[in-house]
Every structure is written in C-alpha cells, then in structure tokens.
Design a protein around this ligand. Structure first.
Ligand code: HAM
Length: 402
C-alpha cells in the first residue's frame, strides 16, 4: 500500500465538505469587498521566492521543495501565494495599468517543515492581495474583512499588530539593532544567520534564551518616522472605531522578508503550538523588487487546515431525492427519471435494481429528503409512494408529479 508522503494528507468526505464550506464563505465575503479570483501556477522559478520571501527566511533557507526539471530549470513548488501573485501582476503588465487591483486565491502551498499538529508539508491557504492602494485604510479594511470571515466561521482569535517601518525609519533602526546584537553573546545559530541577513528576524526567535538576551533590544515602534507613526495610529483608530480588539506586539516581524509598515497575525488559543491561523501585512516595495513599476501592496493568507480544526459546520439540512429501482424492468424508467430530475436536484440512485430493504439501507447513509422506489406495480399504475424522510410522511403521487 502506498500512503501519502509525510506531512501531506488526503481531503475526503466530511473534511472536503468543511474545506469547501470555509473556502466558499471566505470567497463570498472577499467578493463583497471587491476582490476577484486570481490563479497562479504551483511551480515557479526558484529565484522568485529567493527574491521575494527572502534569503533570511526559514522558508527559503530550509523549507523549499526545489528541484531541477527536465529542461534544467531551477524550479520550486510555491511555499506561499504572494510571490506568485506579484509575479503575475508584473508579468501581466497590470503594474502599468495603474488603479487599484484586488485579488483572492486559494490552493496548496508546500514547505518542507518538520510535520506536527497544525504543521503540514502540503497545506492550503486562502489569501488576498491588494495592489496600488498606499492608504493604511486598505490595511484596516482587509483586517476587518478577515475578522468578518472568522466571525462568520465562528472562530475565536486574538489579533496582533505591529509596524515594521519604511525605507526612512528602518535603516537607522536596523543599525541600532545590529549594534545592540553585536554586544551580546549566545544567540542561537539561526539568529546568528538572521543577524547578518535580516536582523529584525532575531526579534521573533522562538528560543527562550535568545528572547532573554534581547529583552532590552531597541524596538521598532519606538523608532518609527512620523509618517509610519501616523499610519500606525490611523490603523489603530479605524480598528477601534469598528470595535476590533487587538494586541500590539512589538516583536511581531513575520517570517517573510518582504513586509514594511503594517504587519499582523491572527492567532487562536485552541489549536496547540502552531497557533497562527492567518498572517499578513504591507509590502510596498515587492512589485519593484520583482521588476515592476513601484506599486504598493498589502494582503494576508490564512491556513485552511488550522481553521478546519476550529470550525464546526452548521447542521446540514436534508436535501434531494433517492430513487430506487425494484426490478430489472423498472430500471430504464428509473434512469430516465433520475437524469431528468438531476437537472434541478441532487438525486441519488443505484444503477442496478435492489430489494426495498437494500434501498432503505442505502438511503440511511445519505442526507436526502425524499425517498421513492419504483417496481412493476408503480410502472403499471403510474403512481408512486413518496416518503419525506424529514417528517416521515408518506404520500401517494402520480408519476408526473414527482
Ligand atoms: P504565512 O504567515 O507564512 O504568510 O502563512 C499564512 C498562514 O498559513 C499561517 O498563518 C498558517 O495558518 C498557515 N501555514 C503556514 N505554514 C503552514 C504549515 N506548514 N502547515 C499548515 N499551515 C501553515 C504567508 O504565506 C503570506 N504569503 C501571507 C501574506 C499575503 N502576506 C501578504 N499577503
């Protein structure tokens, strides 16, 4: 027997219904906010992720599903969605059209991480990206939209926000931080690497010893320029005005290198150590990094598998028909009826004739509303006994009435 690879799983039955329930409702809400679907390839040039997600990130440093294809191209299975969407935005010349573009997407992402509860090697995201809107009001609106999605799905969460500054305030802060880090000994190996490649990533190291060593490190929020400070205040004001609760986490830097200004994460306390259910932020220079015209961007992505552990589906109402054939002779008429009825309804049947008892047994496993069996008598009389499985009522009806 061949099983799925470690950290990968099949989605069938109830899980696939839950998956669809989450995606379709998020899609509906995203459309209300003016977003439309974008689909990008799962496989991209490796350089796309190196240039966007960044060399200092764990994703690029350790977790890429990267290989050389038959044409000697260095390719990678996407570890996240933003890079591909930005690449599509630039290669489709949408950066030259100007205006504001809003996209949503969903699908599988791949990270070669150590699998554990809530952490898979193939997982699914639903994400959104807005291009061309520099105002922090967009950041507030996508956070509000995400909150609306989680509220609809009945998920409890905590929202954490931070600002990562801009090209004005970040470089002096970075210098400051490097000076601080140079004076301390004992950082973990990962932080030694981060210190050189992207020192702010040291701030969110999960190692307790590192956290202890950096407890007096200079903080980004104390070093923002006046524009970034005003934007952060406006973000907080809008969230307050919509009664969105949030925590300010000065050490939230996100694990991807492309962010500036707003960064945020939604965490849930009910799912163990891997508690981030969604994350996002602003990336005003990424389009330019990927050879497009300077265009601000902001977005988020949520992890569907983590949400599936938290979402309870509403009870499903009985729907549709089960039409069973009791004899070989009745089968052609049953098939005619089934195909006709399927134009407007869910219709279950078996493509063979069975006893009444066998049909009853089959319908027991389905959530259908109406049950009818057709045998020689029904064929002759052109009348049927229709059972409503919800009310348990039985009604004799004419063939045409079905
Ligand atoms: P991210 O924080 O890397 O952000 O991932 C977003 C979400 O994907 C996480 O909050 C988590 O729920 C889920 N996730 C990540 N890794 C795994 C895993 N190994 N197993 C299961 N779920 C996982 C991004 O990917 C950015 N592209 C978000 C973004 C969009 N920023 C701006 N636009």
């Amino acid at each position: 027997m061949i099983n799925p690879l470690r950290g990968m799983k099949d989605t069938v039955g109830e899980s696939s219904e839950k998956y669809n329930y989450i995606i379709s409702n998020c899609e509906k809400i995203a459309k209300n906010y003016g977003f439309s679907l974008i689909e990008t390839p799962i496989l991209e040039e490796t350089s796309l992720f190196k240039r966007s997600v960044g060399e200092s990130s764990d994703i690029v440093g350790k977790e890429m599903y990267q290989f050389t294809d038959k044409g000697e191209n260095d390719v990678c299975m996407r570890p996240e969605g933003t890079a591909g969407v930005v690449r599509a935005f630039v290669s489709g010349k949408l950066d030259r059209a100007g205006g504001i573009k809003r996209f949503f997407y969903h699908g599988p992402m791949f990270r070669y991480e150590r699998p554990q509860k809530g952490r898979l090697r193939q997982f699914h995201q639903f994400g959104v990206e807005t291009f061309g809107q520099p105002s922090v009001k967009e950041d507030a609106m996508i956070i509000l939209m995400l909150k609306e999605m989680f509220d609809y799905l009945g998920i409890g969460y905590r929202l954490q926000i931070n600002s990562l500054g801009c090209p004005n305030c970040m470089p002096p802060y970075r210098e400051n931080l490097i000076n601080f880090l140079d004076k301390i000994d004992g950082l973990c190996e990962d932080c030694m690497r981060r210190k050189i490649l992207n020192p702010i990533r040291v701030l969110d190291c999960k190692n307790d010893n590192c956290q202890n060593l950096i407890k007096d490190a200079p903080m980004l929020l104390d070093n923002l320029c006046s524009t970034c400070n005003d934007d952060f205040n406006e973000l907080k004001n809008i969230l307050d005005s919509f009664n969105v609760n949030y925590e300010i986490d000065t050490k939230l830097v996100r694990g991807l290198d492309y962010y500036n200004k707003t960064a945020f994460e939604f965490v849930s306390d009910g799912i163990g150590a891997q508690n981030a259910i969604a994350g996002g932020g602003r990336y005003d220079r990424l389009v330019e990094f990927l050879d497009g015209r300077p265009t601000p961007g902001v977005g988020f992505a949520m992890g569907i598998e983590r949400l599936m552990d938290l979402v309870s589906m509403p009870e499903k109402e009985r729907d549709g028909y089960y039409i069973g054939a009791l004899s070989e002779e009745a089968l052609p008429s049953v098939l005619q009826l089934v195909v006709n009825k399927r134009k407007n309804h869910i219709v279950h049947t078996q493509y063979v004739n069975k006893s009444f008892k066998a049909h009853l047994k089959a319908v027991d496993k389905l959530n259908v509303k109406y049950f009818v069996c057709i045998g020689d008598d029904e064929l002759k009389n052109k009348s049927l006994v229709l059972k409503n499985l919800e009310t348990k009522e039985e009604k004799i009806i004419k063939w045409d009435e079905l």
